[in-house]
Design a protein around this ligand. Sequence first.
Ligand SMILES: CC(C)(COP(=O)(O)OP(=O)(O)OC[C@H]1O[C@@H](n2cnc3c(N)ncnc32)[C@H](O)[C@@H]1OP(=O)(O)O)[C@@H](O)C(=O)NCCC(=O)NCCS
Length: 200
Amino acid sequence: MRLSASEAIAALFEHHPRGERRAVAVGDLLIRAAAPSAGDWWGCFTVKRSGARLFGDGFRTGDLGRAFFRDQARRGHILIVENATGRRLGFVIVVREGGELELQNIYMRYEASGRGVGRLMMDGVLAFAAKIAASRVTLLTSGTAPWNRRWYESVGFRRWPIGVAMPRYLYQAHREEVRRLGVQRSPHARARIVMARPSS
Ligand SMILES: CC(C)(COP(=O)(O)OP(=O)(O)OC[C@H]1O[C@@H](n2cnc3c(N)ncnc32)[C@H](O)[C@@H]1OP(=O)(O)O)[C@@H](O)C(=O)NCCC(=O)NCCS
């Protein structure tokens, strides 16, 4: 049986205790599980800072906690996408929260965005969520970037409805982000969006 690209990417998210090299080639892209190394951590942080340019002036990227990165990489929950020369173009980090899956980070390098690579990675995340029967996938993002919200909507995410209580992990993460960005005055803080997508 041949796996689709998204199923093959989804399989990379699983923990492989013996640490064998796990990678999938899609065209001239290579998608691989991140190593819990300083090199991959710094490489992803650099991508994150580049991708965050999308959010506009005055937006400060949250740092990519090194201990957090190492733990998620050990679980197999971080994937990196590279081009044929080995340059990191983007990465995703997922976190399992009870029966839900939080998409903690999905970032494409600014100059590599808009070519379908983010969509490829997102399809892998959604296939992984289906595989582990997650009840939903959640994320936090910013409404200050021009196409961001619509991009998530195009793959089935919807803004968290007003008046409906959020799971605690999501509420706390949202509050921390708003606080970090500077609660009242920052348009970036006001534009924070919580989104969720039921798993199919
Ligand atoms: C959101 C993101 C991951 C999308 O990845 P991507 O590889 O750029 O997206 P794709 O190429 O797969 O999707 C293309 C769509 O994105 C939009 N888009 C991407 N780049 C664009 C650009 N430069 N100009 C206009 N629209 C653009 C368009 O809507 C496009 O749809 P179309 O092809 O039908 O016009 C990426 O832009 C990014 O890193 N954003 C910031 C990260 C973020 O939001 N993080 C927080 C959540 S964890």
